[in-house]
Design a protein around this ligand. Structure first.
Ligand code: CA
Length: 229
């Protein structure tokens, strides 16, 4: 994947949308803009952007509805832009399949860094083999084996599925509910806090220091992500 990447900016406040366009163009991206959800959805279809920066607070169809509609047909990476007060919406957005979020106000540097990180992640997960290497961890999917720093590690089926979900998309934030979705056969224990217990076990097995995890990281108030360092 080479060449100039196109970013669709969806924002109803013209001033903010212009600023975002300037920052992103300055960083070498091509930018197209939409000021409402309907326009965004048709641009996704007609222009096939490489990623979307989507404001949550839009007139009419809000950012969550737009995400839901886009995900029916496309897995294009989406960064949601939220205000600080929209914390619940942010979690719902991630559950609907947004890849990351930015909280207003953000700096130009932060915007560009997030866009680059999400694009890099999207590129690296294309194709996807039977082996996943993420940092010091290797997952052999058909054999359901995990190696950490060259040493085999025994994980339960649930722990393996959780780790696999996280490590498939390093850096991507998962809510507890999304992690449960990634795990088979949890109906008898499918309440979100059980995820914390499994994560604790995974950390004990794969982290150098489980109290200061470097691989499976906590995102406070949201859930977990696998390191993309
Ligand atoms: Ca707005």
């Amino acid at each position: 994947m080479t060449g100039v990447k196109t970013v669709l900016v969806v924002e109803d406040e013209l001033k903010i949308s212009r600023l975002m366009r300037d920052y992103l163009e300055g960083a070498g991206f091509a930018v197209i803009e939409a000021s409402d959800g309907q326009a965004a959805i048709s641009l996704v279809r007609s222009q096939r952007p490489d990623m979307i920066v989507l404001d949550l607070g839009l007139p009419g169809m809000d950012g969550l509805d737009v995400t839901r509609r886009i995900r029916e047909t496309s897995s294009v990476p989406i960064i949601m832009v939220t205000a600080r007060v929209e914390e619940t919406d942010r979690i719902v957005g991630l559950e609907l399949g947004a890849d990351d979020y930015l909280t207003k106000p953000f700096s130009p540097k932060e915007l560009v860094a997030r866009v680059r990180a999400v694009l890099r992640r999207a590129d690296s997960t294309l194709g996807g083999g039977e082996l996943i290497r993420a940092g010091e961890v290797t997952l052999d999917i058909p054999k359901r084996r995990v190696t950490v720093r060259g040493e085999a590690v025994e994980l339960t089926a649930t722990e393996f599925d959780l780790l696999l979900t996280l490590a498939r998309h390093p850096g991507r934030i998962y809510t507890r509910a999304q992690l449960l979705d990634g795990v088979h056969g949890v109906s008898f224990e499918s309440y979100e806090r059980s995820v914390d217990a499994h994560i604790k076990n995974i950390r004990r097995k794969i982290e150098r220091d489980p109290r200061n995890p470097e691989l499976v990281l906590t995102v406070y108030g949201v859930g977990y992500r696998f390191t993309d360092a």
